[in-house]
Write a new protein. Structure first.
Length: 315
């Protein structure tokens, strides 16, 4: 349904009638977030409920070369783990987004804040890896073009190892992103009676603060400030406690009556949420849409490269 692609309508109605009560900057950011929301929805939410992809359980070329095209095996391995990277991001964000949308529909603003911050963290962490993959891929294309252009055998011999080294660096970046963990899974699985080992060697996780600072530097957006604000409303601080307040009214000179709990349909709580979360929401949606678009372009490019190499060999 078309309505499902829109920000919760009751909150939009509150903004239309009482938006003058919002901070001017918050109102502007909310309008921009509303413009982004359908695009975000189409990329992460309006996709099949499930996706079936092939995932290699071995990345050793000498094992795989008997089963897959040898001439494009390095590129194929990269394409495979990159596809996993892309779809895991998509379905993690999809699950969080559906839950956030539902929380906002119910006026569960504390829950929505937690989910929003999780989306932001996931997008920034994936982006941290993808930016480096993108740069290495551009470098590999330049090397491949130089190899194809030169007529010097010695130059080809010099450039070819650099090209494959570049491919390995791309593989390493995506592999680390796909397997990053702070948990010893071999020991953890033993608690459940599992005799097997994890299928792949785990990699050290990327710290979310490093990811955010990295994206903030290139985007010129105040992402760390936005993250600190979201964290205030997620951690057991004063900010998070305000999100479960329905309203407050004077009782007598030294006491107020504070109503806690259900905020469904509560304009006061909705406006408070919009004032504090419109700017982070706009950044989250913008970065998520940009990441998805660039990731799709990269997958298309790597699969086109595989096809081009196969055609070149065939001729």
């Amino acid at each position: 349904m078309e309505a499902d692609t829109k920000f919760p309508s009751w909150i939009q109605t509150v903004e239309k009638s009482d938006g003058h009560k919002l901070n001017n900057a918050s109102r502007d950011f909310f309008k921009k977030a509303l413009e982004c929301y359908p695009h975000f929805h189409s990329r992460y939410v309006n996709c099949p409920r499930t996706a079936e992809i092939g995932v290699l359980n071995n990345h050793e070329p000498w094992v795989l070369e008997d089963h897959f095209e040898k001439s494009t095996l390095p590129q194929f391995i990269i394409a495979n783990i990159s596809e996993t990277f892309h779809f895991q991001l998509t379905y993690q964000i999809r699950e969080l987004s559906l839950a956030m949308h539902d929380a906002l529909e119910r006026g569960s603003f504390y829950t929505a804040a937690i989910l929003h911050r999780s989306i932001f963290e996931s997008v920034c962490t994936y982006y941290y890896t993808f930016r480096r993959v993108e740069e290495k891929y551009k470098q590999s294309v330049r090397l491949l073009e130089a190899i194809a252009k030169t007529k010097s055998k010695s130059e080809k011999n010099r450039l070819t190892p650099q090209y494959y080294e570049c491919l390995y660096e791309i593989y390493s970046l995506v592999f680390r992103a796909n397997t990053a963990t702070s948990l010893n899974w071999a020991e953890h699985l033993k608690k459940f009676g599992s005799a097997g080992e994890p299928p792949l060697e785990p990699s050290k996780r990327i710290h979310v603060n490093d990811s955010i600072k990295d994206i903030a530097k290139v985007s010129k957006l105040p992402l760390m400030e936005a993250y600190d604000l979201m964290s205030e409303f997620v951690h057991p601080n004063y900010g998070s406690k305000t999100l479960v307040i329905r309203t407050k009214r004077p009782h007598h000179k030294h006491m107020d009556v504070v109503v806690l709990g259900d905020n469904s349909g509560n304009p006061e709580a909705a406006l408070f949420y919009l004032d504090n979360f419109s700017e982070p929401l706009f950044y989250t949606l913008t970065l998520a849409c940009s990441l998805h678009e660039r990731s799709v372009r990269f997958l298309d490019a790597i699969f086109e490269l595989i096809s081009a190499v196969k055609k070149q060999i065939a001729h």
